[in-house]
Design a protein around this ligand. Structure first.
Ligand code: ADP
Ligand code: MG
Length: 561
């Protein structure tokens, strides 16, 4: 039955459509990139599914994307013979945004942020970008392998609702017709469209074709020849030297579903026992769900050029979950599944090597301090999970960490441990740090008094994760990391002999006072000691060497322990 149904967009979609049309207007040509990107994904998916059943090709195995325009009708059409969609898929994919946390995030966006195309871009709003140039969008599609009467037509003016109806459709795959807005007619033009395909979609592996129509001299015969407009070769297969920066950037946007340029990337071909190619990217901006358990993470996995799965999490540790990209293996089997990936020793080896690659890429990036600071501000909190998760790379991760410090006395986390070490005083026992609830609490801690007086640098830590980090990160460059609020503090050879003697004498003299405190405080404290740490405050509370810190206690309490 040609059951016609009009449905409302999910609230988030409505909001997003509205924001997108405004914030992306000046960059509206990207609609073509987004729709081609979706078509390419759909072809990838069909190729994968057809590994098991050739019949899904329905006799048309030559995957492709076609672009046509009609100047008089004011339309641009993007068509593919990929996987296609059934009615259910259409309603779910072209009516809602599945990503959890979206509504929450949209609600929290300020007016300024709403105009920021980069923020809007992180939703994978790809399909909806058609409405930036079109006042009506019509989608005709059929899921490969279903009967011809299972086709679906979806249409919408992008104003809150869409209509779907069952149709007959001979071809599987999807066709999207954009009815261009008055001010977007420039896109119904061969040169404009070809230019955009080359600019944005050269790296797409499936051929993107456009027709050339030739009329015979006497106007009686029309012949159409299809020309492939893009390079149509998987970008990661090409040698590094032949790929331009712009191509790497364009490919990133396709793979990562991001609108912003990446910060950096690393492209490597590995030969030998294990053969694979990897292309890893660091985004320039954290996705809003970076800390959500369900947030998308992982690499796009190919086996011998054939797309297998998105978001393969098994190739990188969690603390590198912000890394995007592609891994193409020559050794894995084409029918590999997520379950198999989890146990495969080859995958484990690749994970080790890719982790090193990613860390090296960050280490290279750190030579450019502005770019690295951008990275750190976005992803530093995630990298701090590293020492706990990945013991073998602790030292490397340590080199990538950045901290606030008494050296600069600002809250900016921009000092490396190597910098700290280079400023250490002769005889200094280790790398000193303090952890507090806020930067200001750390900076004004009475524990710092003696260090400031002696000109010894202390790292000022105040992120929620810092205590977790420091329980797993105890040494760097052969030097201990020392919490200045714990136990007995030995400033080592920095104190002169006379100072030490004076300290001992004053400790003796104040023993009576300490005894009175002990009596007064009773069970509330373990110990009362005369200290030489304080130069201004009369007293402070310290934790014994091996006790859990304040932040950890609070975390454990919150977790009901
Ligand atoms: P994303 O590509 O990031 O998933 P989009 O908004 O671009 O988000 O697309 C939403 C979804 O709609 C896709 O994930 C896909 O399931 C479906 N879709 C879009 N275009 C096509 C197409 N040409 N063929 C099949 N499915 C498509
Ligand atoms: Mg998309």
């Amino acid at each position: 039955s040609a059951q016609e149904q009009t449905l409302g967009f999910q609230t988030e979609v409505k909001q997003l459509l509205h924001l997108m049309i405004n914030s992306l207007y000046s960059n509206r040509e990207i609609f073509l990139r987004e729709l081609i990107s979706n078509s390419a994904d759909a072809c990838d998916k069909l190729r994968y599914r057809a590994l098991e059943s050739d019949a899904l090709y329905e006799g048309d195995p030559e995957l492709r994307v076609e672009i046509e325009f009609d100047h008089d009708a004011r339309t641009v059409t993007i068509r593919d013979n990929g996987i296609g969609m059934n009615r259910e898929d259409v309603i779910a994919n072209l009516g809602t945004i599945a990503r959890s946390g979206t509504a929450e995030f949209l609600k929290q966006m300020s007016g300024e942020q709403q105009k920021d195309a980069r923020l809007i871009g992180q939703f994978g709003v790809g399909f909806y970008s058609g409405f930036i140039v079109a006042d009506e969008v019509v989608v005709r599609t059929r899921l490969a392998g279903t009967a011809q009467d299972q086709g679906v037509e979806w249409r919408s003016k992008g104003e809150g609702e869409f209509t779907i109806v069952d149709i007959e459709r001979a071809a599987h795959g999807t066709e999207i017709v954009l009815h261009l807005k008055e001010d977007a007619l420039e896109f119904a033009d061969e040169h404009r469209l070809k230019g955009l395909v080359r600019k944005y979609s050269d790296h797409i592996e499936v051929p993107v074709r456009m027709p050339t129509v030739q009329e015979s001299e006497d106007d009686t015969e029309v012949t159409v020849t299809w020309e492939t407009v893009n390079e149509a070769q998987a970008l990661w297969v090409r040698p590094r030297t032949e790929v331009t920066d712009d191509e790497y950037k364009a490919f990133y946007k396709h793979v990562a579903h991001d609108f912003s340029d990446p910060l950096t990337w690393s492209h490597n071909k590995v030969e030998g026992k294990l053969e694979y190619t990897s292309l890893l990217y660091v985004p320039s901006r954290a996705p809003f769900d970076l800390y959500q358990r369900e947030g998308a993470r992982g690499l796009k996995l190919y086996v011998q050029r054939v797309f297998i799965i998105d978001d393969a999490e098994q190739f990188l540790p969690l603390y590198l979950r912000f890394v995007k990209g592609v891994v193409d293996s020559n050794d894995l089997s084409l029918n590999v599944s997520r379950e198999i990936l989890q146990q495969d020793p080859q995958v484990e080896k690749m994970k080790g090597a890719l982790t090193k690659r990613a860390l090296d890429m960050l280490s290279k990036l750190s030579k450019d301090s502005d770019a690295y600071q951008n990275f750190w501000n976005q992803f530093g909190g995630v990298l701090k999970e590293g020492p706990a998760e990945d013991h073998s790379n602790r030292e490397k991760i340590g080199g990538l960490l950045r901290f606030a410090s008494t050296h600069t006395d600002t809250s900016a986390q921009n000092q490396s441990l190597a910098d700290y070490v280079s400023r250490m005083k002769e005889g200094q026992q280790g790398i000193y740090y303090i952890i507090a609830d806020s930067f200001n609490a750390a900076r004004h801690s009475p524990h710092l008094e003696i260090f400031r007086k002696k000109g010894i640098e202390v790292l000022l830590l105040s992120d929620r994760i810092d205590e977790w980090l420091m329980t797993h990160f105890t040494e760097f460059d052969g030097k201990s990391l020392i919490d200045i609020t714990r136990g007995d503090l030995d400033l080592g050879d920095i104190d002169s002999e006379e100072e030490k003697q004076a300290q001992q004498e004053s400790a003796k003299a104040k023993e009576g006072l300490a005894e009175r405190f002990r009596e007064a405080l009773g069970d509330q404290v373990q110990e009362v000691r005369v200290t030489h740490r304080l130069t201004e405050s009369p007293a402070c509370v310290v934790l014994p060497e091996n006790e859990m810190g304040y932040q950890m206690r609070r975390l454990m309490e919150a977790a009901g322990q």
